[in-house]
Ligand binder design. Structure first.
Ligand code: IBG
Length: 221
């Protein structure tokens, strides 16, 4: 075994992309196995690899971890991206839940029938509920990072969320100057800069092929 974490998921963003971001930000190399067939998924279940018969699956430190939130907190704690005490950790949790909720709206977008998609709601939530919070936090304490004057999981996930919303609406940060500066700063951290370059394990926005593969793998017989 190589000792690198192994990620099992589709060759797309979905519920695994934040884990790819966090590992990359921590400078940790990882391997990936892409789910392409129903047989592959059924074999994982048969082998007892999936606690709740669901992916993402991350094999790390001898564990077969499922549940995105558990995976992310483990990685954040292990690589010192989870604050210096319980209160910083609580803040990080609140911030990542916020960005997680916003990204959840975008993750499900590609799987929603076109007539039921509501892009305007996503932009509205981003600009009136979520981004103002992060803009204010950064402005008030005047520090480079969201929590504890130190790079954390909250920063990684906020940048991921900003870029996802910008893909849908490029001008979305126009009224958020502090977030514009934050985006430039965090994008320039060497591990993140590398992840943002072509050829990294970052996945592109969902396309029809990816959506079709997910539907096929989970199709009930
Ligand atoms: N609480 C779990 C987590 O956070 O990890 C949920 C995991 C989950 O929903 N996994 C889906 C799954 O395995 C794949 S991601 N489903 C099979 C089953 O039988 O439940 C599915 C997904 C995509 C995009 I892709 C948007 C929303 C969900």
């Amino acid at each position: 075994m190589s000792g690198k974490p192994k990620l099992t998921y589709f060759n797309g963003r979905g519920r695994m992309e934040s884990t790819r971001w966090l590992l990359a930000a921590a400078g940790v190399e990882f391997e990936e196995e892409f789910l392409e067939t129903k047989e592959q998924y059924q074999k994982l279940i048969k082998d007892g690899a999936l606690l709740f018969d669901q992916v993402p699956l991350v094999e790390i430190d001898g564990m077969k971890m499922v549940q995105t939130r558990a995976i992310l907190s483990y990685i954040a704690a292990k690589y010192n991206l989870y604050g210096k005490d319980l209160k910083e950790r609580a803040l990080i949790d609140m911030y990542v839940e916020g960005t997680g909720d916003l990204m959840g709206m975008i993750i499900t977008f590609a799987f929603t029938p076109p007539k039921e998609r509501n892009l305007a709601l996503i932009i509205e939530r981003a600009t009136t509920r979520y981004f103002p919070v992060y803009e204010k936090v950064l402005k008030q304490h005047g520090q480079e990072f969201l929590v504890g004057n130190r790079f954390s999981w909250a920063d990684v996930q906020l940048l991921e969320a900003i870029l996802m919303v910008e893909e849908k609406e490029p001008t979305v940060l126009s009224k958020f100057p502090v977030l514009q500066a934050f985006k430039a700063r965090i994008s320039n951290i060497p591990t993140i800069k590398k992840f943002l370059q072509p050829g990294s394990q970052r996945k592109p926005p969902p396309d029809d092929q990816y959506v079709a593969t997910v539907m096929e793998v989970f199709k009930k017989d």
